[in-house]
Ligand binder design. Structure first.
Ligand SMILES: Nc1nc2c(c(=O)[nH]1)N[C@H]1C(S)=C(S)[C@@H](COP(=O)(O)O)O[C@H]1N2
Ligand SMILES: [Mo]
Length: 310
């Protein structure tokens, strides 16, 4: 079942420029020929109407990735992530809840209606894409437990399986990072209607390299917050740490809101390279406050110093 009710739902996005039009034709063609997607458990119906703004070509979105569990090169996850077993898959909701629960991905997909949203995606390394996700609002999953009043933050954990993830097995390939990869959000950020759990993209199941079978998408934050292949969501009292805070706390903060006015210590964040298609493979565009979602999310930070809380 598909429910559309948000202004970022793909069928509500306007197409204006000629470049968008060309891209749209490509995308429509792409969807048109892939009727096989209807078989996939969380696929969208092949006859759903699509209208998209400048969307990153699917082949770029699934071959230019950051997923350090499979190597540090942008092309490594595409080459190596096929070894990740995504079924059976369970996700636990633990910590400050009345009763901890464990759900299987198949139960979740059967139970929660799948929506499709096109979001801008901005990596802290100053490249960006625009990707149509399928999935559901994270609040739909969190509402399956009774959260205790003392819970203020949410911590997420990626699967730890060294025999399936070459970078967890070989610390050179995995960049000497301590795994599992962890991330966190404040509860209001986690409950925000823009915050998604993605289970697919481009109308198909999520490729392993993009974080199958389910990953977080927080469109107003730098991409490293959007943790992949999640096995645990823990409600906690205190601000949790994250993989990137552990690695370089002076460079990567907890909030990581996209902000053109706060430079990374080693580069400016004023512009980004948008990864599109055709001749405009990399196009320099200005970075927008909160990645363009200021109207939707700025009120959550109105009393916060965004320079200190980077
Ligand atoms: N478990 C895990 N999640 C992760 C990462 C990672 O290395 N491991 N990289 C992050 C970074 S830096 C980015 S930019 C996005 C990339 O998502 P994509 O490959 O789907 O574009 O995933 C994020 N989630
Ligand atoms: Mo990133």
């Amino acid at each position: 079942m598909l429910i559309n009710k948000n202004k970022f739902d793909v069928d509500k996005i306007d197409i204006t420029s000629e470049e968008n039009y060309i891209n749209r034709r490509k995308i429509l063609k792409l969807f048109g020929i892939s009727t096989a997607i209807a078989i996939a458990p969380n696929a969208l119906k092949a006859n759903e109407k699509y209208s998209l703004k400048t969307i990153t070509p699917e082949n770029k979105a699934k071959s230019y990735n950051n997923f350090y569990e499979f190597g540090l090169d942008k092309s490594d996850p595409y080459k190596n992530a096929h070894t990740l077993k995504t079924r059976p898959w369970e996700i636990k909701i633990t910590g400050e809840v009345a009763k901890e629960i464990t759900l299987s991905i198949d139960d979740i997909l059967r139970d929660i209606p799948i929506i499709q949203r096109a979001y801008r995606f901005r990596c802290v390394e100053a490249w960006s894409m625009n990707i149509p996700w399928n999935g559901f609002e994270l609040n739909k999953l969190l509402n399956k437990v009774k959260i205790k009043g003392n819970a203020k933050f949410v911590q997420f954990k990626t699967k730890y399986a060294p025999d399936e993830m070459i970078g967890q097995r070989n610390s050179y390939i995995g960049g000497f990072i301590k795994y599992p990869y962890i991330e966190g959000l404040r509860i209001d950020e986690a409950m925000h209607p823009l915050t998604l759990i993605a289970t697919g993209m481009y109308g198909k199941d999520l490729p392993n390299q993009n974080g199958a079978p389910l990953r977080l998408i927080v469109p107003w934050k730098y991409g490293f917050k959007s943790i992949k292949s999640i096995v645990e969501i823990k409600l906690v009292e205190k601000m949790p740490t994250s993989t990137w805070m552990q690695l370089q706390s002076e460079e990567y903060g907890f909030y990581a809101n996209v902000n053109p006015n706060v430079s990374h210590p080693r580069w400016s964040q004023r512009e980004e390279r948008f990864i599109g298609g055709g001749f405009f493979n990399f196009k320099k565009v200005p970075t927008l406050m909160f990645n363009g979602y200021e109207n939707e999310v700025a009120s959550m930070y109105s009393r916060m110093d965004l320079v200190k809380n980077f």
